[in-house]
Design a protein around this ligand. Structure first.
Ligand SMILES: Cc1cc2nc3c(=O)[nH]c(=O)nc-3n(C[C@H](O)[C@H](O)[C@H](O)COP(=O)(O)OP(=O)(O)OC[C@H]3O[C@@H](n4cnc5c(N)ncnc54)[C@H](O)[C@@H]3O)c2cc1C
Length: 452
């Protein structure tokens, strides 16, 4: 019998809480029962709650917690694949596969996401320009829809396969995933960091030679202005090979045992992360970082998941939370990137994290976020004056040049911009009509944006 409780839920930004009946399931039969008996307010799956907005919330309805469905089912070393239950976290999965000489094909900036949640968002990593997003590496998944259970591959049902990638849980509940892994010789990254004194420099550097590195990302100081506008640290890397490791790492080349070093206090004053404190952090980071890490070796956790070193770091923003914002604009919209950084700098909108990446080819998912071009991700304290207007203006800028915002991070997009940003929405509506004609799958995100 599934365990049910009433809970107030938020996304990782801690804004817009809503109450739902959360039901923990531990078998596929319980998933099917819930889908068959969902009430009027419907049901949505939830993973580790690391999407920033309201995608894994369902006010007044049911939220299915599948974290008990979290095993590695089998690893096929000869074919470089792993079959997992979808509630498994990337953290657990990596602890299993890295010592065997494999890495996940794509990882977001935290390991604390489930495979199901990552597929539902079709997550991207620092290697999108080379490897695409997560769904590009999925061989098959098992999907429980209100119309029945299906094993879906890109060939068996391309619309449902690609339509699930980025659908934020609205095509059904994923219970199993077969993922292609990346063989690696070591658990270290050979990295190279460089300081770029303005936006044009960092963008030119990325255009010139991002293709030479599997992983690439630039951290931008959004408070810098004038001739320093867009000053950045550009950080690139590749998996290190065994024979290039420093001697002290050679004995255990696949060692992987990351720890959260500290925890955020359960309570932090509102305003702890404000323009002044973020400006100090940015200044120090810009000055110190390249000198510390000009080139060398980094662990998986320090290169990909630095924030996981601080447990529940989202609390540092205080009870009013913060907003995440991520857009992608086409390659030729260079000027829109500059304009957006100018707008942020001008508004003195302090972003603790502002990262610029280049995306490669898009996959066929109608709601999948990544598309070729420039992507900028920011988090900004929710208390910044004029923030709502600033983000609305950014949305307009992004939509005007054919770009879009990332639904896994959104909490405030104006619904009328959704079809402009996601022009394949009619295809998604057709798919929804096929797999969920009665509208059983519901979420706060769906209602807020009027998703089909
Ligand atoms: C610090 C940090 C860094 C991040 N960096 C990146 C990044 O670099 N790239 C990137 O793409 N994203 C990034 N993200 C966003 C994150 O990867 C996604 O939001 C991801 O979906 C979170 O997974 P989750 O398991 O926590 O899912 P949740 O947040 O719980 O749910 C997310 C969505 O997945 C759906 N879902 C969950 N489980 C299932 C299931 N079993 N079946 C069907 N649907 C399901 C939910 O309904 C919801 O719509 C980052 C988030 C954080 C907090």
């Amino acid at each position: 019998m599934a365990d049910a409780r009433s809970e107030m839920l938020t996304g990782w930004s801690r804004t817009a809480p809503s109450a739902a009946t959360v039901v923990s399931v531990s078998s596929d039969t319980e998933v099917d029962d819930l889908l068959a008996h969902a009430g009027e307010r419907g049901i949505i799956a939830r993973g580790l709650g690391r999407s920033y907005g309201d995608a894994a919330q369902n006010a007044g309805g049911t939220v299915l917690d599948g974290l008990s469905l979290a095993d590695v089912i089998d690893v096929d070393v000869a074919r470089d694949t792993v079959r997992v239950a979808a509630g498994i976290s990337f953290d657990t999965l990596m602890r299993f596969v890295v010592p065997l000489g494999f890495f996940v094909p794509v990882t977001p900036g935290t390991r604390l996401v489930t495979v199901g949640g990552a597929l539902a968002a079709d997550v991207h990593g620092k290697n999108h320009h080379v490897d695409g997003s997560l769904a590009n590496h999925v061989e098959a998944f098992t999907l429980h829809t209100p119309k029945g259970v299906v094993t879906v591959t890109p060939d068996s049902d391309p619309e449902l396969f690609w339509g699930t990638a980025g659908a934020m849980g609205l095509t059904g509940v994923v219970t199993e995933v077969v993922l292609r892994l990346l063989p690696v010789e070591t658990s270290l990254l050979r990295t190279r960091n460089e300081r770029c004194h303005d936006l044009d420099t960092v963008m030119a550097r990325m255009l010139d030679d991002d293709a030479d590195y599997r992983y690439s990302v630039a951290w931008i100081d959004c408070l810098a202005s004038g001739t320093s506008l867009g000053r950045s640290i550009l950080s690139r890397g590749d998996h290190a090979q065994r024979d290039e490791l420093p001697p002290k790492h050679r004995a255990k080349p696949l060692h992987f045992d990351p720890q959260a070093r500290i925890g955020a206090p359960p309570w932090a004053p509102n305003g702890l992360l404000n323009r002044a404190s973020i400006a100090i952090f940015n200044e120090l980071w810009y000055r110190v970082s390249p000198r510390l890490h000009g080139g060398g070796f980094e662990t998986i956790s320090s290169f990909f998941h630095p924030l996981d070193g601080v447990r529940e770091w989202n609390r540092l923003y205080g009870s009013r939370g913060f907003l995440q914002y991520q857009y992608v604009v086409p390659d030729d919209a260079h000027a829109a990137v500059r304009r957006s950084v100018e707008m942020l700098s001008h508004a003195r909108a302090a972003s603790f994290l502002a990262v610029l990446k280049r995306f490669g080819a898009q996959n066929p998912g109608p709601l999948s976020f990544p598309a070729p071009g420039w992507t900028l991700a920011l988090d900004i304290p929710a208390t910044v004056p004029g923030l709502a207007q600033l983000l609305d203006d950014l949305d307009e800028l992004v939509a005007d040049v054919g770009g879009r915002v990332y639904l896994a991070k959104d909490s405030r997009l104006r619904p009328e911009l959704l079809p402009v940003m996601y022009p394949d929405l009619p295809r998604f509506a057709e798919l929804r009509a096929r797999v969920d004609p009665a509208g059983v799958l519901q979420s706060d995100l769906r209602r807020r944006l009027g998703l089909p």
